[in-house]
Design a protein. Structure first.
Length: 282
C-alpha cells in the first residue's frame, strides 16, 4: 500500500492525514480526532500530536512529528546537508538493524525537492523521559550511555555487509557536511573559546586552534581506522531514558565513522568527567 503523508505545516496534520498513517500500519482502526498539543520551531518544526482512535492500548495516541523548519533561516541551513531527509532514510532503512533503543516509527517519507516528514511515537506516553540539551549526566548515567554506544559500534564494526547496506551514510551529503565542518572549524573554535571565557584554561587554546586548523588532515587519519555506525551528536538532548536505560534520538547525525563522543558534552567539569574517563579507559 502506497501513501502520501507529506505535510508542510502543523495545520496539515488532520484526522484524514492521521487516518492514512493508521491505515498503512493497522487497517480497520478508525481515527476520530487529531490536534497539536505543542509546536516547537527550531532546526526542524516539532509537533506533539494527540490522536484519538479505537485501536489497542499498544498503538500510540501521542505522536511526535518532525517537519522542515518553518523558520526560513533554519530551513536554509538544514536544507543543504538534508538533515531531515537523512533521518527519514535512517529510520526507513537502518533503524531495524540497530541494536539499541530508538523511538517507534509510525511514518517516514521523503521526496527530494518536495519535503520530508517523520512521525514517531511520543516517548512520554509509555513512561520514557526525553533529555534536554542543558542536562548533565551523572558518571553512572554516562557509563550507561558509553555501554550503549559500545554495543552500537561493536554490532557494525568492520561488517562489510552492513557497510555496503549503509554506505549512503558516507555519501555526498555527509562529505559536504564534513567539508563545511572543516571550513568553519577555525572561526567556530575562536568563537567558542571566546564565549567559554575562563571555563576553558588559556593553556588549552593553542591546542584547540591547532586541531581546528588541521581538522581535515586529522579526520583523514582517523578515517583510515575500521568504520562503524556512529551517532556523531550524542549530547544529553539527543538521549531518552526508559527504565533507567538510555536510547538515542535525532538520527540525522548518524554516519559511518570511527567513534561517538558523549563524555565531553555530558558531564559537569572537571572532576566527574575526568573520573568517568579514567574508569572507562580502565
Amino acid at each position: 500500500m502506497k501513501y502520501d503523508v507529506l505535510a508542510r505545516r502543523p495545520g496539515d496534520l488532520t484526522v484524514e492525514w492521521a487516518q492514512q498513517i493508521v491505515n498503512y500500519r493497522h487497517p480497520g482502526i478508525n481515527v476520530s480526532a487529531a490536534h497539536a498539543v505543542s509546536v516547537d520551531i527550531g532546526t526542524t518544526t516539532r509537533i506533539r500530536l494527540a490522536v484519538e482512535h479505537d485501536g489497542p492500548a499498544t498503538m500510540p495516541r501521542r505522536w511526535f512529528v518532525k517537519l522542515p523548519s518553518l523558520a526560513w533561516r533554519a530551513r536554509m541551513i538544514t536544507a543543504l546537508p538534508r538533515l531531515l531527509h537523512t533521518e527519514v532514510r535512517f529510520y526507513r532503512e537502518a533503524a531495524q538493524v540497530v541494536p539499541t533503543a530508538l523511538p517507534e516509527v509510525l511514518a517516514a517519507q521523503s521526496e527530494p525537492g518536495i519535503g520530508a516528514i517523520l512521525v514517531l511515537g511520543d516517548l512520554t506516553e509509555f513512561g520514557a523521559i526525553p533529555g534536554s540539551p542543558g542536562d548533565t549526566l551523572t558518571p553512572a548515567q554516562a557509563a550507561l550511555v558509553v555501554e550503549q554506544l559500545a554495543r552500537l559500534h561493536a554490532h557494525f564494526w568492520s561488517r562489510a555487509d552492513f557497510m555496503q547496506t549503509l554506505g549512503w551514510l558516507a555519501g555526498p551529503v555527509r562529505r559536504l557536511e564534513d567539508g563545511l565542518g572543516t571550513a568553519l572549524a577555525v572561526p567556530l573554535m575562536k568563537l567558542g573559546l571566546r564565549r567559554a571565557g575562563k571555563i576553558v584554561p588559556y593553556a588549552i587554546h593553542a591546542l584547540a586552534m591547532h586541531y581546528a586548523g588541521h581538522r581535515s588532515r586529522i579526520m583523514q587519519f582517523l578515517s583510515n581506522a575500521p568504520q562503524t555506525l556512529v551517532h556523531h551528536d550524542c549530547h544529553p538532548g539527543n538521549l531518552f531514558w526508559n527504565k533507567c536505560l538510555p536510547g538515542f534520538l535525532d538520527c540525522s547525525s548518524c554516519a559511518l565513522g570511527r567513534v561517538s563522543e558523549t563524555l565531553r558534552t555530558s558531564l559537569p567539569l572537571p572532576s566527574p568527567r575526568r573520573s568517568g574517563e579514567r574508569t572507562k579507559r580502565a
